[in-house]
Design a protein around this ligand. Structure first.
Ligand SMILES: NC(=O)c1ccc[n+]([C@@H]2O[C@H](COP(=O)([O-])OP(=O)(O)OC[C@H]3O[C@@H](n4cnc5c(N)ncnc54)[C@H](O)[C@@H]3O)[C@@H](O)[C@H]2O)c1
Length: 348
């Protein structure tokens, strides 16, 4: 099949593109390769995708084509969609990050609202069979009832990032209802692993511990996170993309469930189903790096939430998907990659 993967130079997009190519598919990638975090990491990911495609390719047809540009550029999106026929669209490009949305709100309206609308419009015009797009656990916002279920109300976001992700779900539902597009929103829970994101806590902690610098621990470490390993996430992304959402014939508008619809729309949590204390996470990192962290305890940050915990029973019920990687095993993979690959190593 031919897949469009937006955000292909990003953490989740990179793994998704590689796994699809390894399965013999054709992947069209798109990414602005913006400098929200280090672009050298994004370029290295792209080089690996290129290499994976080359190894897989036995014929004359190209199995990997990359477009460098922004989803907010409607002309570019039209060119991409008119130049190819996509069986599936996996939309992962977005301005990510909760904290950055407080400093730089407009980056979120450009990529996550205008850009997302361009993707929806293009899917409508090209009659795409299924659009699977990235949402986030942050939509649960102020919710205290754990684990978070897709049927819980999500009307109290605490960051603009979360609000744009929730807006995406609502926009997608609208397009599904109006134009009969099949769409699935994927609520990812704190994804980590090799080739991960330097803006996220696990990566920052590893950098700081290795450099003997203090790590910032918010809310005195009293935070719970459902850390989810990248390979578990990508397996779910591909299973979901390959199974278009169908209209729920049992949908009852008098008692509407939030994750289903009479339109071809659904939502899934993709998480580890096993929240861990931040302190435990740091202890595992310390033991893998063989160094103690210098800890700087700070109050809760604006936009942050105390706990994320995924109820993944819907994914289990529909696709028999379960997370398979423990935090110890996943962090071991991350640290192994980090020690081999990251530039601090060379500067020591
Ligand atoms: N990693 C996580 O823990 C996590 C959790 C919840 C949701 N998500 C969501 O999953 C998706 C993928 O996340 P990730 O961790 O791979 O992030 P990432 O930042 O590594 O990847 C996103 C990619 O999109 C690109 N991009 C950003 N704005 C763009 C634009 N306007 N046009 C084209 N490309 C653009 C970036 O250059 C980047 O390479 C995002 O939508 C993110 O919000 C991630």
């Amino acid at each position: 099949m031919t897949y469009l993967v937006t955000g292909a130079a990003g953490f989740i997009g990179f793994f998704t593109a590689c796994r699809l190519l390894e399965a013999g598919h054709t992947v069209i990638g798109l990414d602005s390769v913006n400098n929200y975090y280090r672009t050298d990491l994004k370029e290295r990911r792209l080089a690996i995708i290129e290499e994976t495609a080359r190894k897989q390719n036995s014929g004359h047809e190209k199995n990997w084509i990359f477009y460098r540009g922004g989803i907010e550029d409607k002309g570019l999106i039209d060119t991409v969609f008119s130049g190819h026929t996509f069986d599936r669209v996996i939309h992962l490009a977005a301005q990510a990050g909760v904290r950055y949305s407080i400093e730089n709100p407009y980056a979120y309206s450009v990529s996550n609202l205008d850009g997302f609308l361009n993707i929806l419009e293009a899917c409508r015009a090209s009659r795409i069979a299924h659009l699977a797009f990235a949402s986030s656990s942050s939509v649960y916002g102020m919710n205290k009832k754990v684990p978070f279920s897709e049927t819980d109300p999500v009307d109290h976001p605490v960051s603009l990032y979360a609000a744009t992700k929730r807006a995406n779900e609502l926009m997608a539902h609208t397009y599904s209802h109006l134009y009969g597009i099949s769409v699935t929103g994927m609520r990812f829970f704190t994804v980590y692993g090799p080739w991960g994101r330097p803006d996220m806590a696990y990566f920052k902690f590893a950098d700081a511990i290795m450099q003997g610098k203090p790590i910032d621990i918010y809310n005195n470490g009293d935070l719970l996170r459902d850390f989810t390993y990248i390979e578990d996430i990508v397996k779910a992304v591909i299973i979901i993309a390959d199974n278009p959402a169908r209209a729920d014939t049992a949908f009852d508008p008098l008692h509407p469930l939030a994750d289903r619809s009479s339109a071809q729309f659904r939502l899934y949590n993709i998480g580890n189903n096993h929240p861990e204390k931040l302190e435990t996470f740091i202890e595992i990192l310390e033991s893998l790096l063989g160094k103690q962290a210098k800890k700087k305890y700070l109050p809760m940050q604006a936009g942050d939430v105390y706990v994320t915990a995924a109820d993944t029973s819907a994914l289990e019920r529909d696709f028999n998907w379960r997370p398979e990687t423990s935090l110890e095993r996943g962090l071991e993979q991350f640290i192994q990659w980090y020690k081999e690959t990251e530039p601090w190593q060379k500067s020591l």
